[in-house]
Design a protein around this ligand. Structure first.
Ligand code: NAD
Length: 358
């Protein structure tokens, strides 16, 4: 039996998670999955109910689960709370408490949506790349850090630090994932300037020896940023540190043109994971049936693939999404002339039906 904790959160979170659960029902019926669902509060909803964006009870449930399906958190209602009580803190604490060090962000562009990208359709159509970003180390966490007075002026400083073990484990995640895909990994660094990434390059190269089938390449981050818009389909898996990964994964996400289509996973050493759409809680459209649930539905597919080891179920969910796009169904954010505009619920129901009918 597998345990999934469901954390809908705020804004459009509950609406899009409901649709993913509808698809999960269809998956359970078709594949006979043995899954126990638990539910919890996080973000603003948890602040309102318990005065804490990550209540102890939610963290305990998260520790006991094999995987977490997360909606989105935040909204103007909670923006004036003191920093530690804001919804975003709940998510950051959840990630660090569970040791979710590997952030996976696929950038996939279904050919049916190639027109939504700002790049020419022939450059992006059929794009399928995976960015593996180290999530719990690097310059975002390095000590010392701060702002101090020096020689009569203020000086800001951060520390970019990675231990060999942190580099090895993220490299292994990238290699393992690449083995299930195109077997090509591009490690992104700035080894010409930063010693920490010089070591990164050395360690990644060393780790690659255990994966003779993998074709490993290295690229400086400035060049990677250019290549992502010039010829993104040349990449298969990109592995990089926290800072570069933050920027490159947003750049790659935008190649696809629609934030409502992008899933993500954050994994620990044992492949337990938190799965969530890349977008936020979209308070501007919450409660109106306008939200695109596909990023959350595809996050569920990633959950099946990486935490539950059910690549077959993941493939079937993704095929169902593609079938529905082929049928011309579109939520407002991806709607174009000649396609049929549907609500959040209609989109979820259509994917569930396509999955049930196999
Ligand atoms: P956002 O991603 O919520 O919204 C940006 C724009 O994209 C909005 O116009 C929104 O309507 C649209 N959009 C987002 N998701 C969509 C979907 N599924 N379907 C259709 N349209 C969609 O970003 P924001 O407006 O900068 O932030 C809103 C709130 O979300 C803030 O409180 C922010 O802190 C929070 N946030 C949370 C997360 C998270 O939960 N991981 C991530 C980013 C932002």
């Amino acid at each position: 039996m597998s345990r999934i904790l469901v954390l809908p959160g705020d804004g459009i979170g509950p609406e899009i998670v409901d649709e993913a659960l509808r698809v999960l029902d269809a998956a359970q019926a078709r594949f006979g999955l043995d899954i126990e669902l638990d539910h919890g509060l996080v973000g603003g909803a948890a602040c309102d109910a318990e005065g804490d964006p990550l209540p102890e009870g939610t963290l305990e449930k998260a520790r006991a689960a094999d995987a977490i399906l997360f909606g989105s958190i935040g909204g103007p209602k909670w923006d004036t709370l003191e920093r530690d009580k804001r919804p975003e803190r709940g998510l950051l604490r959840l990630r660090s408490s569970l040791g979710l060090f590997a952030n996976l962000r696929p950038a996939i562009l279904f050919p049916q949506l190639a027109g939504a990208s700002s790049l020419k359709p022939e450059v992006v159509s059929g794009l399928d790349i995976l960015i593996v970003r180290e999530l719990t180390g690097g310059i975002y966490f390095g000590q010392p850090r701060g702002i101090k007075e020096e020689n009569g002026e203020r000086v800001g400083f951060n520390t970019y630090v990675y231990s060999e073990s942190e580099m090895k484990r993220i490299a292994r995640v990238a290699f393992d994932l690449a083995m299930q895909r195109g077997k090509r990994v591009c490690s992104v660094d700035k080894a010409n300037v930063l010693e920490v990434t010089e070591l990164w390059k050395e360690v990644v190269t060393e780790e690659a020896k255990a994966y003779p089938e993998i074709e490993l390449s290295h690229m400086y981050v400035d060049n990677a940023a250019m290549q992502l818009v010039r010829a993104p389909k040349n990449f298969d898996v990109i592995v990089t540190g926290n800072l570069f990964g933050d920027i490159l994964s947003d750049e790659a996400a935008m190649l696809t043109g629609s934030i409502g289509m992008l899933p993500s996973a954050s994994l620990d050493e044992n492949r337990k994971g938190l799965y969530e759409p890349c977008h936020g809680s979209a308070p501007d459209i919450a409660g109106q049936g306008l939200a695109n649930p596909l990023a959350t539905i595809m996050s569920l597919a990633m959950l099946m693939r990486y935490s539950l080891q059910r690549g077959d179920v993941a493939d079937a969910i993704e095929a169902a999404v593609e079938k529905v796009l082929d049928q011309g169904l579109r939520t407002a954010d991806i709607h174009t002339e000649g396609t049929r505009k549907v609500s959040t619920g209609e989109m979820g129901a259509a994917v569930a039906e396509a999955l049930a009918n196999g």
